[in-house]
Ligand binder design. Sequence first.
Ligand code: UT7
Length: 321
Amino acid sequence: MIRSRILAAGGYLPSDLVTNEALAQRYNLDTSDEWIVERSGIRQRHIAAPGETTSAMGAAAARDAMARAGILPADVDAVIVATATPDSSFPATAVRIQAQLGITQGFAFDILAACTGFVYALSVADSMIRSGSARCALVIGAEAYSRILDWTDRASCVLFGDGAGAVVLRAEADAEHGILSTHLHADGRLADILHVEGGPGSTGGTGLLRMAGREVFKHAVTKLASVVDEALEANGLARHDIAWLVPHQANIRIIEAMGKKLGLAPERVVVTVDRHANTSAASIPLALADAEAAGKFQRGDVVLMEAIGGGLTWGSALARW
Ligand code: UT7
């Protein structure tokens, strides 16, 4: 039986680390460290330097993941990038990254599912590996949200950060370890509660992010609870079988609610939102890289990933390490 297995994760964060206080000062925002920490758990974020592209960040994360996995450019036959902030409308950011990494075979494309992007990309890569279309995929989440934030909207601009994460996913003849399931969902009727207003196909420009935070929060709690149940049920697993929760990092209150739902001790929930803020499609692979660097995952551990974001889109991925 062929399964796809995450061999390693890697990450990249821009060098400009901005605390809540520094952000308020830099953009002249009527906010406070206290409000941001209490409502979201965010203490700081990284912001891309002028000229630092999504593809450059994605390539850096991929290099890190490849080095940890012991994989060479010649081994990779698929580059799949989840991003809502591509370098340009086309070509895909994935082909830019492919070229920057010196990969000359296989295929490369982008996936857009906002904050659920990494789960979508992992699902597509897993399907392609199991069907034999690819053997070794780089699955990357890379974002430069600082370029689509409205820096006069304190309700949204304090919540996001830039960065990239990546995993190496490889075909293995192994029935036990690897991606066990993925479940994807979307409901386009809810598109406008978290969206970018404008873009190349509507206004012609680059739009700005708009979020009805309270609405999104409400959907996040119910929809993530239901995908968690769906993943457990599909695999015949119980809550106590989950060793680690690696959630999308949007808000500590949502993350803690999911940890509680699973009956997990707080140290079993991987949290980076305090340090990275919400890096959208990059948040789960960055959290995986963070957890791996800390030596958290042991072979055989069941790791549950879940995310919700613009679309609305939401989903889960369950893996046995
Ligand atoms: O990654 C995709 C998924 N995204 C999410 O999951 C985000 C989901 N939503 C959230 O995380 C939360 O809704 C937020 C963190 C965005 C907001 O927290 P909240 O507890 O829902 O606050 P709120 O939007 O209801 O705002 C409460 C108050 C408002 O004032 P009034 O109307 O009560 O007087 C806001 O104007 O806080 C005010 N406020 C702020 N105050 C200081 C909003 N933003 C700020 C700010 N600083 N930055």
